[in-house]
Write a protein of this length. Sequence first.
Length: 248
Amino acid sequence: MSSSSSRKPSSSPSSSRKPLLYAAGVAVAAITLGLVSWQATAPAEKRSAASSAAAAPRTDPAAELRALARREAGDKLAVGRADAPVVLIEYSDFKCGYCGKFARDTEPELVKKYVEEGTLRIEWRNFPIFGADSEAAAKAAWAAGQQDRFTAFHAAAYADGSKEKGFGEPRLVELAREAGVPDLERFKKDMAGEQAAAALRKDQEEGYRIGVTSTPSFLLNGRPIAGAQPLGTFTAAIAEAKAAAAKQ
């Protein structure tokens, strides 16, 4: 079966596909195995740290993953109520084709059906794995977010055919203009600043710490989902997570 996730290229382009890791109803034991699976495919320079983390005693792996939801009211790279019962964390790359497919085909449906009525919160994590252009786009998205235009920039950058135009600075400024960023000079300064770089490092380190290497990768109330899976995969997982949250 073909995959719906993209992975950092290795020596062979054909190795950049990763199969579905988890279906509905994942138990804690399966989540633990999932972390090991993610870590097994991590880049060599990250694998040692990830393996050490995996080797540490885990009393409740699912709780550890659920705790990654930041739930910050002022998070510029999130949509939905901070106290929503279900949080979907998305590790993604603007050059990833499958990330674009999720952004165009699935995410708007989740926002319409679950975010707007308060069930779901979506938190974005910049996880660029395809080189300098990916990193530049990630910093630009963060910079757009500082002017409350992250969602519009996200939509523009993931529009069909957008990534083929590249993410050099002129193109990123064009996307910011398209997204309605009001102060383009501030946008360029923020994009090149240390705060953008620090925010990117924070997201990357979080992803690598739990072994994420494929994009898009998700945590839904602590449960891993790999790849741009069909809408039904997410709706079933959200329903299950909401029911579980109601019992707590």
